[in-house]
Design a protein around this ligand. Structure first.
Ligand code: SAH
Ligand code: MG
Length: 194
């Protein structure tokens, strides 16, 4: 890993920013090597760490659109993207993904869902509209510390858990998708659009 990227990662970890875990990244990277995406859509930029990591696997002239609503994170992400000389590759949509997604009319080869857990079913609906055939949707944190698969329902994250379960149900039942749920990291759903 590049020195500058190591520093970005270290700083994010120190600030408790929930960046993609190493084992999750490794799995996604293996898929990306195969599909060589031209366009990636990411929901939840934080400080740009995952987008910077994904950029390595883009096809030539490929680009990443990524959405973030937190102003301080946007500032930090822009700084990091500039530091890595990726300003022409990674484009940030600034604002709430719930409002921004319906305004996007591009097609993507990969969508990475990594934002508000309570919105995953909505993000899925939009991801399906924006995904090319043969493309893949990854949803991070899908098992949410094990809450999603347990029957303990009394914690305060009930809405998130309900929506993550709804996401899993929808991707599993959708006949156009081939889905795997992995226990890697905080849980990763991989849905291939057949
Ligand atoms: N993908 C990043 C980590 C993202 S953390 C990485 O692995 O490096 C989740 C981010 O999603 C946070 O920065 C949070 O501000 C953002 N977020 C959550 N809900 C959002 C929404 N509805 N619209 C836009 N951004 C959102
Ligand atoms: Mg995550």
């Amino acid at each position: 890993m590049n020195d500058k990227l190591i520093i970005i990662k270290q700083k994010a970890l120190e600030e408790h920013i929930p960046i993609i875990m190493d084992d999750t990244l490794e799995i996604i990277a293996n898929y990306l090597k195969e599909i060589k995406p031209i366009r990636i859509l990411e929901i939840g930029t934080a400080v740009g760490y995952s987008a910077i990591c994904f950029s390595k696997y883009l096809a030539e002239n490929g680009i990443i659109d990524t959405i973030e609503r937190d102003e301080e994170k946007i500032i930090e992400a822009k700084k990091n993207i500039k530091e890595m000389n990726l300003e022409d590759v990674i484009h940030i949509y600034e604002g709430d993904a719930v409002e921004i997604l319906p305004t996007i009319n591009e097609k993507y080869d990969m969508v990475f869902i990594d934002a508000a857990k309570g919105k995953y079913p909505f993000f899925l609906k939009e991801a399906l509209r924006l995904l090319n055939k043969g493309g893949i949707i990854f949803a991070d944190n899908i098992l949410y510390k094990g809450y999603v698969m347990s029957d303990y329902n009394k914690h305060k994250q009930r809405t998130a858990v309900r929506n993550l379960r709804e996401y899993i149900k929808e991707v599993t039942e959708n006949e156009n998708l081939e889905t795997e749920i992995l226990e890697v990291g905080d849980g990763l759903a991989i849905s291939k659009y057949k």
